[in-house]
Design a protein around this ligand. Sequence first.
Ligand SMILES: Nc1nc2c(ncn2[C@@H]2O[C@H](COP(=O)(O)OP(=O)(O)OP(=O)(O)O)[C@@H](O)[C@H]2O)c(=O)[nH]1
Ligand SMILES: [Mg+2]
Length: 223
Amino acid sequence: MAFKVIKENILRANDDVAQSIRKRLDAQGTLMINIISSPGAGKTAFLERTGPLLREEGIAFVVLTGDCFTSRDAERMDALGLPVVQINTGNACHIDAQLIDSAMKGIDLAGTDLIVVENVGNLVCPAEFDLGEDMKIAFLSTAEGHDKPSKYPLLIEEGKLAIINKTDLLPYLDFDAQYCRESIKKVNPGIKILEISCRTGDGIDGFIDWIKDEIKIKKEKNA
Ligand SMILES: Nc1nc2c(ncn2[C@@H]2O[C@H](COP(=O)(O)OP(=O)(O)OP(=O)(O)O)[C@@H](O)[C@H]2O)c(=O)[nH]1
Ligand SMILES: [Mg+2]
């Protein structure tokens, strides 16, 4: 019982900060997406692929990248000249709204179209935390196996977009893409699914088109 109360308090404190973040984002029409996956599914590789394309499109964006201890992902962004803030969570397996709030302090929201959060690699805890984002993205990869959507349904339930990465590996795996797609839709019939390869670039254009639309919708809604 005591543990239940503690968890509720933590989530309530988180949600208060998340609401304040959401208000600030809405006031400026800035879109925030929260990318969640297991470790190594390819979130940073995805940002390395898409970041330069977003820049070419004239989209002003910042990456907030979460990791327990290292700055390796931020270094990878920085090597491409992409604006990034590293969030270290210590032993925590997720980013919470307070960490996002601190990371946002140096960001000029009026001049920012998009904030991309790369969450800590974990399919469970990050899905529970509202960061004030507009949407969560469930980022899967073929190498993990096709049963992950049914085994970790909360992330799929919470997600607006599901990305299946590493399609270039399909010839070498027993990954059943149809089963995976059907499992995703069973949990969340309204979710959009994109299949991509960060290695070959397949499907990446589909994401760029989708995010451009989402940025436009957010701006129009808050104009
Ligand atoms: N074959 C193949 N490998 C990929 C693809 N995308 C990423 N990888 C590889 O997968 C490994 C993990 O990629 P990362 O981008 O570091 O994954 P991540 O999700 O950011 O990992 P964490 O931040 O540690 O959770 C790297 O060796 C990448 O080169 C892909 O589309 N195809
Ligand atoms: Mg990463």
